[in-house]
Design a binder for this molecule. Structure first.
Ligand code: DC
Length: 229
């Protein structure tokens, strides 16, 4: 069967990565979490006290950053390595979440990440999620999905996820962080979060995972049909 590129963009905590992983498993595609790259760069900036408001400091720091996804053979998923260190768990911490949207708004950071993401799409059979994947990274992707869900539902989902790892996290803190990130992501100057004109909207406020996958698999089949000549 013809392999395609599937892009999933949308607000924070809509379940983009959950859907992307389900699709990758079902289709035997590669899943790339583009947000992990921005998170890893943010982690590096925090750890090395890089001032991301200074273009010179950012350009210099990016020279020392090597990002790579390596497969975890147990889960079958790629994990983020920053300069050969597995940072898959560290990059999910609140300290990174609090700063990542600011760092991801820096043009030089985006150019750095986007160039690598584009290279990964040379081979088809890929699902990539993020904020600008359908608009900037793969504007010619065969299937583009734009995800959204009620803010209250998103806050609850992210809270549960974070609370499992850290009992000190509060609902208010999570809500504030999500709202702020959505605002910065959608209002930044360089490739802001927006729906590609040809993206299909998926509002999963009232969809369970099974129904969601069923619906999207139909879109995948349609996209493959439409692009098979
Ligand atoms: O998907 P995520 O929550 O892990 O993404 C973390 C942040 O990275 C998010 O707040 C915005 C930014 N991001 C981006 O600007 N562009 C992408 N393609 C992916 C993520």
């Amino acid at each position: 069967m013809k392999k395609i590129i599937i892009t999933i963009d949308g607000y924070s905590s809509c379940g983009k990565s959950t859907l992307a992983k389900q699709l990758a498993r079902k289709l035997n595609y590669t899943y790339i979490d583009s947000g992990a790259m921005y998170r890893a760069i943010t982690l590096y900036f925090i750890q090395n006290r890089v001032d991301w408001l200074s273009t010179a400091a950012v350009v210099e720091a990016l020279k020392n950053i090597h990002l790579e996804f390596a497969l975890n053979s147990l889960t079958g998923l790629g994990e983020m390595y920053l300069n050969n260190e597995n940072v898959e768990h560290l990059i999910r911490e609140m300290i990174v979440a609090e700063k990542v949207s600011e760092v991801a708004a820096v043009k030089e950071v985006r150019d750095f990440a986007v160039a690598q993401q584009k290279k990964m799409g040379v081979r088809k059979g890929m699902v990539m999620d993020g904020r600008d994947i359908g608009t900037v990274v793969f504007p010619h992707a065969e299937l583009k999905i734009f995800m959204t869900a009620d803010i209250a539902i998103r806050v609850e989902r992210r809270f549960k996820e974070l609370f499992e790892k850290n009992k000190n996290v509060s609902l208010d803190e999570v809500k504030e962080n999500l709202e702020l990130r959505d605002y910065i992501d959608a209002n930044r100057e360089v490739s802001p979060l927006r729906k590609a004109e040809d993206a299909i909207i998926l509002d999963n406020s009232n969809l369970n995972l099974e129904n969601q996958l069923q619906l999207v698999m139909q879109w995948v089949e349609d996209a493959i049909m439409a692009h098979t000549s």
